[in-house]
Design a protein around this ligand. Sequence first.
Ligand code: GLU
Length: 282
Amino acid sequence: MKFRKAGLAAASVLTLALTVSACGDGGKKDSGSGGTDGGGKDSIKIGIKYDQPGIGQKTPDGFAGFDVDVATFVAKELGYDEKNIEFVETPSADREQALSRGDVEFIAASYSINDEREKLVDFAGPYLLAHQDLLVAADSDIAKGTDLNGKNLCSVTGSTSAQNVKKTIAPKANLKELSTYSECIEGLASGSIDALTTDDSILAGYASQPANKGKFKLAGLKLSNENYGIGVKEGNTELKDKINKALEKMVADGAWDEAVKKNFGPANYKNEPAPKIGNIVK
Ligand code: GLU
């Protein structure tokens, strides 16, 4: 695995060197002395989603969601004060680049671990096991993956859900790939989209929003296993190991359960138990 990754990493380093003249480093130098190796621990930039209720959401009061709580716990374990965390939006299609450019130190953004991505970044975790599902209108008769063929389906560019639809679930669906799931929700509400597909953890959050109550339903299909990991820059094993320790602690001391209850409870999302670090369910 490491050899395969080394070639690609070298290629991407070269590309980066050619295209990026001055790049960030996850915020460490912004404030002079922070970072993961001791020092001032002044600030840290963390990639999250901004528009996924229950997972990662920017609200008028700040940031909320399971990923936000996981990221905050981890950052504290790494030595950062909560007030010195800077959350940065990392859309699905930009996560690998955000890490290799050094825009953020790590990413907790419904980020599934898979072989393609592991060629470009390293993952701590997993810290949640979700499954791909469908969100449809409350009166829809779409009930299984193959019902999607010929239907207008929406997902997000750069997501595993979009890939799975094209490869296996419904290659004949008319798949529209947008940049956020919120845009898909608008299409579903207006009727221009027949179904939205992504992780059940995300869909449950949207379905439970006050504005959406009663309008949509989840099909309840487990179309894939989505093992959420925390992405770090390729080769940053030291940070990955520290994050894994923090995640283990989060589960052991009950903070993981609390975060689940707080963030998934309102959506009535039935989560899987906490995964063991390194145990990726294929
Ligand atoms: N977990 C899936 C992925 O990483 C879908 C959710 C997302 O787009 O963030 O692609």
